[in-house]
Design a protein around this ligand. Structure first.
Ligand code: ZN
Length: 247
Protein backbone atom coordinates (compact mmCIF):
# COMPACT_ATOMS: atom_id res chain seq x y z
CA UNK A 1 0.00 0.00 0.00
CA UNK A 2 1.24 3.48 -0.86
CA UNK A 3 0.23 6.38 1.39
CA UNK A 4 0.21 10.06 0.59
CA UNK A 5 1.21 11.78 3.84
CA UNK A 6 0.12 15.41 4.15
CA UNK A 7 0.72 17.78 7.05
CA UNK A 8 0.43 21.45 7.99
CA UNK A 9 -1.52 22.50 4.91
CA UNK A 10 -2.46 25.74 6.69
CA UNK A 11 -5.25 26.80 4.36
CA UNK A 12 -2.97 27.04 1.32
CA UNK A 13 -5.07 25.53 -1.47
CA UNK A 14 -2.58 26.42 -4.23
CA UNK A 15 0.22 24.46 -2.56
CA UNK A 16 -2.14 21.56 -1.86
CA UNK A 17 -3.27 21.47 -5.49
CA UNK A 18 0.36 21.40 -6.68
CA UNK A 19 1.15 18.52 -4.31
CA UNK A 20 -1.90 16.53 -5.44
CA UNK A 21 -1.09 17.11 -9.07
CA UNK A 22 2.55 15.99 -8.67
CA UNK A 23 1.57 12.87 -6.71
CA UNK A 24 -1.35 11.83 -8.89
CA UNK A 25 -1.48 8.06 -9.52
CA UNK A 26 1.32 7.36 -7.03
CA UNK A 27 -0.69 6.51 -3.92
CA UNK A 28 -3.77 4.56 -2.80
CA UNK A 29 -4.57 6.06 0.59
CA UNK A 30 -4.12 9.54 2.01
CA UNK A 31 -3.42 10.46 5.62
CA UNK A 32 -3.15 13.94 7.14
CA UNK A 33 -1.34 15.00 10.31
CA UNK A 34 -3.34 18.11 11.15
CA UNK A 35 -3.16 21.91 10.90
CA UNK A 36 -5.50 21.99 7.93
CA UNK A 37 -6.08 25.69 8.58
CA UNK A 38 -4.44 28.76 10.12
CA UNK A 39 -2.20 31.35 8.38
CA UNK A 40 -3.42 30.72 4.82
CA UNK A 41 -6.28 32.34 2.88
CA UNK A 42 -8.27 29.25 1.79
CA UNK A 43 -9.64 27.43 4.85
CA UNK A 44 -12.93 26.28 3.28
CA UNK A 45 -11.29 24.99 0.09
CA UNK A 46 -8.66 23.07 2.05
CA UNK A 47 -11.12 21.53 4.52
CA UNK A 48 -13.37 20.45 1.64
CA UNK A 49 -10.48 18.94 -0.30
CA UNK A 50 -9.09 17.09 2.73
CA UNK A 51 -12.52 15.80 3.68
CA UNK A 52 -12.93 14.27 0.19
CA UNK A 53 -9.40 12.94 0.03
CA UNK A 54 -8.24 11.45 3.30
CA UNK A 55 -8.68 8.04 4.88
CA UNK A 56 -7.29 9.15 8.25
CA UNK A 57 -6.82 12.64 9.61
CA UNK A 58 -5.91 13.98 13.05
CA UNK A 59 -6.11 17.50 14.44
CA UNK A 60 -3.32 20.05 14.83
CA UNK A 61 -2.93 22.88 17.30
CA UNK A 62 -4.32 25.45 14.83
CA UNK A 63 -7.40 23.29 14.18
CA UNK A 64 -7.94 23.13 17.93
CA UNK A 65 -7.47 26.87 18.37
CA UNK A 66 -9.98 27.66 15.62
CA UNK A 67 -12.47 25.38 17.39
CA UNK A 68 -11.84 27.10 20.72
CA UNK A 69 -10.45 23.87 22.20
CA UNK A 70 -7.04 25.34 22.83
CA UNK A 71 -6.50 28.80 24.20
CA UNK A 72 -4.95 30.96 21.49
CA UNK A 73 -3.12 32.96 24.19
CA UNK A 74 0.05 30.93 23.70
CA UNK A 75 0.04 31.83 19.98
CA UNK A 76 2.02 34.85 18.83
CA UNK A 77 -0.10 37.88 17.81
CA UNK A 78 0.06 37.12 14.06
CA UNK A 79 -0.99 33.50 14.59
CA UNK A 80 -3.76 34.59 16.96
CA UNK A 81 -5.10 37.04 14.37
CA UNK A 82 -4.97 34.24 11.79
CA UNK A 83 -7.02 31.99 14.10
CA UNK A 84 -9.65 34.71 14.50
CA UNK A 85 -9.77 35.44 10.76
CA UNK A 86 -10.09 31.73 9.99
CA UNK A 87 -12.87 31.20 12.51
CA UNK A 88 -14.86 34.10 11.09
CA UNK A 89 -14.48 32.88 7.48
CA UNK A 90 -15.11 29.15 7.91
CA UNK A 91 -18.43 27.76 6.73
CA UNK A 92 -20.36 26.08 9.55
CA UNK A 93 -19.88 22.59 8.07
CA UNK A 94 -16.13 23.14 7.67
CA UNK A 95 -15.83 24.32 11.28
CA UNK A 96 -17.85 21.32 12.43
CA UNK A 97 -15.53 18.97 10.51
CA UNK A 98 -12.43 20.52 12.10
CA UNK A 99 -13.89 20.32 15.58
CA UNK A 100 -14.57 16.60 15.21
CA UNK A 101 -11.02 15.66 14.21
CA UNK A 102 -9.45 13.17 16.63
CA UNK A 103 -6.28 13.79 18.62
CA UNK A 104 -3.15 11.87 17.72
CA UNK A 105 -1.49 9.51 18.07
CA UNK A 106 -3.72 7.36 15.87
CA UNK A 107 -2.72 4.00 14.39
CA UNK A 108 -3.82 3.32 10.85
CA UNK A 109 -2.74 0.60 8.38
CA UNK A 110 0.38 -0.12 10.42
CA UNK A 111 1.44 3.53 10.65
CA UNK A 112 1.18 5.78 13.68
CA UNK A 113 0.21 9.41 13.06
CA UNK A 114 0.73 12.29 15.46
CA UNK A 115 0.72 16.07 15.00
CA UNK A 116 3.48 16.89 17.50
CA UNK A 117 5.01 14.42 19.95
CA UNK A 118 3.68 10.97 20.86
CA UNK A 119 3.00 11.93 24.48
CA UNK A 120 1.76 15.46 23.69
CA UNK A 121 0.14 16.43 20.38
CA UNK A 122 1.08 20.10 20.93
CA UNK A 123 4.78 19.56 21.64
CA UNK A 124 7.49 20.17 19.00
CA UNK A 125 10.00 17.48 18.00
CA UNK A 126 13.11 19.20 16.67
CA UNK A 127 16.07 17.46 18.33
CA UNK A 128 17.21 13.83 18.68
CA UNK A 129 16.58 14.06 22.43
CA UNK A 130 12.99 15.15 21.77
CA UNK A 131 12.57 12.38 19.16
CA UNK A 132 13.79 9.54 21.36
CA UNK A 133 10.57 9.24 23.41
CA UNK A 134 8.49 8.85 20.27
CA UNK A 135 10.89 6.39 18.64
CA UNK A 136 10.73 4.16 21.71
CA UNK A 137 7.07 4.63 22.68
CA UNK A 138 5.33 4.45 19.30
CA UNK A 139 3.43 1.22 18.62
CA UNK A 140 4.55 1.34 14.96
CA UNK A 141 7.92 0.92 13.28
CA UNK A 142 7.09 3.96 11.15
CA UNK A 143 5.54 7.01 12.82
CA UNK A 144 4.73 10.22 10.99
CA UNK A 145 4.66 13.57 12.77
CA UNK A 146 4.24 17.21 11.75
CA UNK A 147 4.00 20.53 13.61
CA UNK A 148 7.62 21.70 13.08
CA UNK A 149 7.22 22.26 9.31
CA UNK A 150 10.67 20.66 8.84
CA UNK A 151 10.88 17.77 6.39
CA UNK A 152 13.02 14.80 7.50
CA UNK A 153 13.12 12.91 10.76
CA UNK A 154 14.93 10.35 12.86
CA UNK A 155 15.80 6.66 12.86
CA UNK A 156 16.68 4.39 15.76
CA UNK A 157 18.45 1.05 15.74
CA UNK A 158 20.68 -0.73 18.26
CA UNK A 159 20.68 2.26 20.62
CA UNK A 160 21.78 4.53 17.77
CA UNK A 161 19.65 7.52 16.89
CA UNK A 162 20.29 9.20 13.55
CA UNK A 163 18.95 12.38 12.01
CA UNK A 164 17.48 11.96 8.54
CA UNK A 165 17.95 14.92 6.21
CA UNK A 166 17.12 14.60 2.56
CA UNK A 167 16.80 17.23 -0.10
CA UNK A 168 14.59 16.57 -3.10
CA UNK A 169 16.34 17.55 -6.34
CA UNK A 170 14.43 19.86 -8.70
CA UNK A 171 14.63 17.29 -11.49
CA UNK A 172 12.75 14.41 -9.83
CA UNK A 173 10.90 16.27 -7.08
CA UNK A 174 11.69 13.70 -4.40
CA UNK A 175 14.45 12.04 -2.40
CA UNK A 176 13.92 8.41 -1.35
CA UNK A 177 14.62 6.87 2.04
CA UNK A 178 14.92 3.09 2.09
CA UNK A 179 13.43 1.60 5.26
CA UNK A 180 15.56 -1.04 6.95
CA UNK A 181 14.01 -3.85 8.97
CA UNK A 182 14.71 -3.64 12.69
CA UNK A 183 14.94 0.16 12.52
CA UNK A 184 12.30 2.49 13.95
CA UNK A 185 11.43 5.72 12.16
CA UNK A 186 9.93 9.03 13.21
CA UNK A 187 9.37 10.92 9.97
CA UNK A 188 8.07 14.36 9.09
CA UNK A 189 6.65 14.89 5.58
CA UNK A 190 7.18 18.64 5.98
CA UNK A 191 4.55 21.32 5.53
CA UNK A 192 2.39 21.73 2.45
CA UNK A 193 1.31 25.29 3.07
CA UNK A 194 4.04 26.96 5.12
CA UNK A 195 7.47 25.23 4.96
CA UNK A 196 10.00 26.53 7.50
CA UNK A 197 13.07 24.44 6.65
CA UNK A 198 14.52 26.85 4.13
CA UNK A 199 12.92 25.30 1.04
CA UNK A 200 9.80 27.22 -0.05
CA UNK A 201 8.43 24.36 -2.15
CA UNK A 202 5.37 22.48 -0.81
CA UNK A 203 6.47 19.39 1.13
CA UNK A 204 4.85 15.99 1.54
CA UNK A 205 5.76 12.31 1.62
CA UNK A 206 4.71 9.12 -0.11
CA UNK A 207 5.22 5.98 1.99
CA UNK A 208 5.33 2.69 0.10
CA UNK A 209 5.29 0.15 2.90
CA UNK A 210 5.28 -2.91 0.58
CA UNK A 211 8.54 -1.79 -1.01
CA UNK A 212 9.86 -0.18 2.19
CA UNK A 213 10.53 3.21 0.71
CA UNK A 214 9.49 6.67 1.84
CA UNK A 215 9.77 9.45 -0.72
CA UNK A 216 10.21 13.00 0.57
CA UNK A 217 8.72 15.30 -2.04
CA UNK A 218 9.06 19.04 -2.77
CA UNK A 219 6.98 20.73 -5.45
CA UNK A 220 6.97 24.37 -6.55
CA UNK A 221 3.69 26.30 -6.58
CA UNK A 222 2.50 29.81 -7.33
CA UNK A 223 3.57 31.47 -4.06
CA UNK A 224 2.79 34.97 -5.35
CA UNK A 225 -0.86 34.09 -5.96
CA UNK A 226 -1.22 32.88 -2.36
CA UNK A 227 0.55 35.96 -0.99
CA UNK A 228 -1.85 38.17 -2.93
CA UNK A 229 -4.87 36.42 -1.35
CA UNK A 230 -3.25 36.64 2.10
CA UNK A 231 -2.70 40.34 1.56
CA UNK A 232 -6.36 40.82 0.59
CA UNK A 233 -7.36 38.88 3.72
CA UNK A 234 -5.29 41.25 5.87
CA UNK A 235 -2.75 38.64 7.02
CA UNK A 236 0.30 39.87 8.93
CA UNK A 237 3.25 40.78 6.70
CA UNK A 238 5.75 38.29 8.25
CA UNK A 239 3.34 35.43 7.51
CA UNK A 240 3.09 36.56 3.89
CA UNK A 241 6.80 37.11 3.24
CA UNK A 242 8.01 33.90 4.92
CA UNK A 243 6.39 31.85 2.13
CA UNK A 244 8.98 33.28 -0.29
CA UNK A 245 11.85 31.91 1.76
CA UNK A 246 10.30 28.84 3.36
CA UNK A 247 11.38 30.05 6.79
ZN1 ZN B 1 1.49 23.82 11.64
Amino acid sequence: MRFLVLSDIHANSTALAAALSASEGRWERCVCLGDLVGYGPDPNEVVGRVRDLVDTVIRGNHDKAVCGMKAAEDFNPAARTAVEWTRSHLLPEALEYLCMLPAGPVETYGLTLVHGAIHDEDEYVFTPAQALDGLLASPSGVTFFGHTHFQGGFSYRNDRLEVIQLRAPQATGFAALRLESGTRYLLNPGSIGQPRDGDPRAAFAIADLDHEVVEFWRVPYDITAVQKRMNEAGAAEPLISRLTFGR
